[in-house]
Design a protein around this ligand. Structure first.
Ligand code: FES
Length: 158
């Protein structure tokens, strides 16, 4: 019996072993390794259930996911969870920008004018070209991120 107990304790994860001995832990057992699918805030983590994953400074977006339907339907979206504006140029070309307005950093007051090809921050009505270099009306360009599309996935490197 003593040997079976020892064998059990050496083969289970520490949380289970401690629970067996009457100690509880909040941490779940895991085989370790990839934690890129945990959480969706800040610059690490991500969640495949939300249609994207984050690893370091790289965000990979599943373009067929319903969370990005407005990107495909309207041609742009404010991806607030990762602080970026996404713009669809065509089926294989997308652009990504910070959603922090160059004027005063407001992130949630954006619209896109397709006929002018400009984003507008409604906070003070400054507008920004989407060519990644031209200055907006506040005097600075909208910061652009590197993008690539492959296999229905949009990769943005911030
Ligand atoms: S903060 Fe965007 S225009 Fe002023």
């Amino acid at each position: 019996m003593k040997n079976k107990r020892r064998e059990f304790l050496t083969n289970v994860c520490p949380s289970v072993a401690l629970a067996f001995m009457g100690v509880t832990m909040l941490e779940a057992c895991s085989s370790g390794g990839d934690d890129s699918n945990v959480g969706n805030n800040g610059n690490s983590g991500g969640n495949t259930n939300n249609g994207y994953t984050v690893s370091g400074n790289t965000v990979v977006i599943d373009l067929s996911h319903s969370a990005f339907a407005s990107l495909n339907n309207n041609g742009w979206m404010n991806f607030t969870a990762q602080g970026m504006l996404l713009l669809k140029i065509d089926a294989s070309t997308y652009r990504a920008f910070t959603n922090s307005c160059p004027h005063q950093g407001v992130r949630t007051n954006w619209t896109y004018n397709s006929s002018q090809d400009k984003f507008k921050c409604g906070q003070h009505n400054n507008t920004y070209p989407t060519d990644c270099s031209s200055n907006g009306t506040s005097g600075d360009p909208l910061k652009c991120y590197d993008t690539s599309v492959s296999g229905g996935k949009l990769t943005v490197t911030t």
